[in-house]
Design a protein. Sequence first.
Length: 88
Amino acid sequence: MSSTQEGHDKKKFTIIVNGRPKDVEVEELSFEDVVKLAFPNPPTGGNIVFTVTFRGADEDPSQGTLIPGEKVEIKDGTKFDVTATDKS
């Protein structure tokens, strides 16, 4: 039997989040995953709203906006821009 059984070899993807490279081992990222990558210590408050845009994804359309609860299939080089806004 092969030493690299299915499920034991994870593919790594290098994506760009707010201009910084990040390595991930999943083929799909959720809105929440991307926000955590962009803001490990997110701003707090009841009026904070996050906006997540992407381009170069491994799906059609390859660019767009994620909203809470949505996911996107990624590939090496997928770019995300995440902004935090205070609605106050």
